[in-house]
Design a protein around this ligand. Structure first.
Ligand SMILES: Cc1cc2nc3c(=O)[nH]c(=O)nc-3n(C[C@H](O)[C@H](O)[C@H](O)COP(=O)(O)OP(=O)(O)OC[C@H]3O[C@@H](n4cnc5c(N)ncnc54)[C@H](O)[C@@H]3O)c2cc1C
Length: 491
């Protein structure tokens, strides 16, 4: 068998892999892009694009039912997939190789495709194989009633009662979309709150909004079995049995499993475990020439982070002499439920580990108290910012409400560029907008700081270098409270 040599081989044509393959080919390098499934990976085919199209159609409110919406989702998804496939098929310097890749050495791969097996050799190999839905076996549940994000967008029927197992980003987004499309939705999770990786305040706000919408939420609850004849899903909540009647489909969204097994990483000497491949901040695995990016690594679970990692890997491979730009950039998170939930920077457990609680203040602004929140009838929504006293350096921000996913970039910029709340106070924001809430946060900071400068300076000097106390029960200590913000009229 002959071996084809490339400057760069990319395994996986998803969000991360396409970034690297197109980036390197655009720089004139000879690239092979190996893909065993559809071009576009999860995002285009079974993730961001179909889910956001469904959410859009559910919000627009003009589709007949979920089945009609899903047909439109598939049509849009297919057309994007075709466009992306055409792009990589015709890209100069890039060979698209169809098949599943596995390592036979640190810089050699076997690719098993329809036409047989090929051997490839690369100066650099970038692993971008993504992840897949974690499996959950439910006794009694027939395969055709069991859905994941890989199958739900293929449904030809409108579910009557959709049980969503899981309460994370994917579960919340799809629960809301199907509920808006007229489907009865129940959410079941062994966890104690929805969106458990976000602030508890965000979980509460989202749960309240889901329940107002008619979505039944069962937390601290396990799925036991499904009875096909009665179409009943049996649950157990804190030792109490619960029966969900009339469930015709079950969506399992209980987390992700990284696509590692097929790769035979032992042959390459790459360090990994179930949490993903270990890399440095440029995706380097520690094995010369081998990189990993996206969901298959330990730090990325989004398309935007896979893309950012891909761009950094291109920089490292193509321009190794350029100085390294430190750690990975901040990866904001966004959940496109209703309300949206977006977050960037540190969350309270990490803040508590790093800073003395007296050094950090929390500012919270309710979106309903903004004039735009009032005009739009916003019920659930806020901006919460944790910042260092006196300096106003922002540590973390969470936004719940309309346009949260757009507004969060403001805080990504502020945190990554060290722009303090005092500077944010000096900006002028269009009226009436949700981003006026950012100004309100800066107002609250000014109110907590300027009239008490001596006290704030003393606290800053005292606690700036103080070690955070380690509470015996592991719970984070309380932060210094900011004075309550008065509600303004026109901002
Ligand atoms: C329902 C859902 C909604 C989502 N919504 C959003 C969103 O709104 N915003 C956002 O930022 N993120 C979202 N995500 C997450 C996003 O889809 C992923 O983070 C992103 O696709 C990861 O990109 P990747 O390049 O790491 O992997 P992928 O895009 O999954 O691509 C990996 C590719 O590698 C291929 N592959 C795997 N193993 C091999 C092998 N051995 N040989 C050859 N090919 C192989 C796969 O077939 C696949 O095409 C969503 C995910 C889901 C499931």
């Amino acid at each position: 068998m002959t071996t084809d040599s490339y400057q760069t081989i990319v395994i996986g044509a998803g969000s991360g892999g396409m970034t690297v393959a197109i980036g390197m080919a655009g720089l004139g390098r000879k690239v092979a892009l190996v893909e065993g499934g559809h071009i576009g990976g999860d995002c285009t085919n079974v993730g961001c694009v179909p889910s956001k199209t469904l959410i859009h159609l559910a919000n627009a409110g003009h589709v007949r039912d979920a089945a009609a919406a899903l047909a439109e989702v598939r049509a849009k998804r297919d057309s994007l997939r075709e466009r992306e496939t055409e792009e990589v098929e015709h890209m100069p310097n890039l060979d698209l190789i169809r098949g599943w890749a596995s390592f036979s050495g640190p810089n050699t791969l076997s690719v098993a495709g329809a036409g047989g097996t090929r051997r490839l050799q690369g100066q650099n190999i970038v692993i971008a194989t993504g992840s897949r839905p974690r499996e959950l076996s439910i006794p009694g549940l027939p395969a055709d009633r069991s859905l994941t994000n890989e199958t739900i967008f293929e449904l030809a029927a409108t579910p009557r009662h959709l049980a969503v197992i899981g309460a994370g980003v994917i579960a919340s987004e799809l629960a809301v979309a199907f509920s808006k499309l007229g489907v009865q939705v129940s959410m079941v999770s062994t966890g104690s709150r929805v969106l458990s990786s976000s602030l508890p305040e965000a979980s509460e706000a989202l749960a309240a909004a889901l329940e107002e919408r008619g979505i039944a939420i069962y937390l601290n609850t396990k799925v036991e079995r499904y009875d096909e004849s009665a179409q009943t899903l049996y649950l157990r909540r804190s030792d109490q049995p619960v029966a969900l009647d009339g469930v015709d489909y079950v969506l399992v969204a209980v987390g992700r499993t990284r696509n590692l097994e097929r790769l035979q990483l032992e042959q390459a000497g790459v360090r990994y475990d179930a949490g993903g491949i270990y890399t440095d901040s440029y995706g380097a695995t520690g094995v010369a020439g081998l990189f990993a990016i996206g969901d298959v690594t330990r730090t990325s679970v989004f398309t935007h982070s896979a893309n950012a990692q891909g761009r950094r890997a291109v920089q490292r491979i193509a321009f190794p002499y350029l100085p390294a730009r430190g750690p990975e950039p901040l990866f904001p998170s966004a959940t496109f439920a209703d309300p949206e939930v977006a977050q960037v920077g540190l969350l309270p457990p990490e803040i508590a580990r790093r800073y003395h609680p007296e050094l950090v203040r929390r500012y919270r602004v309710e979106l309903k108290d903004l004039d735009r929140g009032y005009t739009d009838g916003v019920r659930h929504g806020f901006i919460i910012v944790d910042a260092i006293r006196l300096s106003g350096r922002i540590l973390g921000a969470t936004i719940v409400g309309p346009r949260a996913s757009e507004m969060i970039s403001f805080f990504t910029l502020a945190i990554s560029q060290g722009i303090p709340l005092s500077k944010i106070y000096g900006l002028v924001y269009p009226y009436p907008t949700y981003s006026n809430g950012i100004l309100k946060v800066a107002d609250a900071y000014m109110r907590a700081t300027l009239p008490h400068l001596r006290q704030e300076l003393a606290a800053y000097l005292r606690y700036r270098l103080a070690r955070p106390p380690q509470p015996a029960n592991g719970a984070p200590a309380k932060r210094a409270a900011a004075p309550a913000a008065p509600v303004a009229g026109n901002e």
